[in-house]
Design a protein around this ligand. Sequence first.
Ligand code: 6PG
Length: 487
Amino acid sequence: MEAAALSRIGLAGLAVMGQNLALNIAEKGYPISVYNRTTSKVDETLDRAHTEGQLPLTGHYTPRDFILSIQKPRSVIILVKAGAPVDQTISALSAHMEPGDTIIDGGNEWYENTERRIIEANEKGLLYLGMGVSGGEEGARNGPSLMPGGSFEAYNNIKDIVEKVAAQVEDGPCVTYIGEGGSGNFVKMVHNGIEYGDMQLISEAYDVLKNVGGCSNDELAEIFDEWNKGELESFLIEITADIFKVKDEHGEGGLVDKILDKTGMKGTGKWTVQQAAELSVAAPTIAASLDCRFLSGLKDEREAAAKVLEDAGLKEDIGTVRKGIDKKRLIDDVRQALYASKICSYAQGMNLLRAKSVEKDWNLNFGELARIWKGGCIIRAVFLDRIKKAYQRNPNLASLVVDPDFAKEMVQRQGAWRRVVGTAIAAGISTPGMCASLAYFDTYRRARLPANLVQAQRDLFGAHTYERIDREGAFHTEWTKLARKKN
Ligand code: 6PG
């Protein structure tokens, strides 16, 4: 009997992302073996491979058959829930793998888990990659942004495949070898933190336009469509325009207005903020977006608070603010505020990556990271090309805020930015992301801050000492004694 031809690669874990990525790989001409513990998923994927164009995909029902169906050195992608399921899958599959074979985890995994698994895999002679995959279901099927980190040898084994499978932009496929260890997962985590920031800033723009500007959903759809033709052009702006166009099939008006205002989350944004704190990197816009998700979850408490404060005499000021508003100008101001806020948010994310890269010696290439985010992923945007160029001009850029081009843009937009935040504050509409970005900008750009006073306080109550601006050394002063000394 003729032996069946071996597959070029394998994929285990056939939930939404796994199925779509497997079909994408097969469609690019790489025969692929698939496996899932629940066998109905294997059949489902086989059916799809058949109906979506007789794709070269074979289904397997045991880990052994699956592994033995792949050509050596074997590369196996696993796409299961992060955490314990990854360890279970690795243990089931690696029992049949041989030295030189590779495991690639494509989940949103905590980078330290990947670093532990790299060591465990190496003990068996196996290679390991932790690969961030962004773009959701659609991206996985038609071209995601891929962020593989770990073994360079393993990357080279699958380079041809991932370069074909990834989204394509004018300057190449949206994939690059990120670096060693858990760098691929870390970069994906920060991508998600930035994603949180973008979504928060967009929701604030919506809030101001709707509640101060009085814009209807139809107007909002038009505004976002318009914005998507300019400097804000991006996936998130595009889908936001679409959201405003969808009517509620169960009643009057737009569907967006019927959605409960409670944001879910799976953890990567929280990890980003935790890492920023760990590395002493200020990431206030991303932190504000996380805080807003926490506060959004307190729906009952917020409803109760609204009542208590209303009873206490709080009146919404939206009406009075709205009266004097020039709607056309507000819309243009909000666009500019959104763009300037976004630059600050990306500056925070990139600086977090830089701090981690230094700590872990990952040697991350920030221009390349911006490039592979230009297509396929959730934060894809025209503006990422500008970030790429900023880092190409100066790989040691201290912050995007001081790139000469971005600096100019922020200065041009600061009037509008301040107007929007000011108007929102006057109307009682919270814009924590935009405020955090503006405060970040205003703090970072000032040569002298009131930190001198904090140092004096620390020295007064704790003798923590302070430095002086005019002479070297650490100083301590008996502040209280001097202040209260009777002349
Ligand atoms: C992507 C996304 C994706 C993430 C979701 C949900 O890049 O495709 O980042 O990986 O899981 O956006 O994230 P939250 O549930 O935490 O909002």
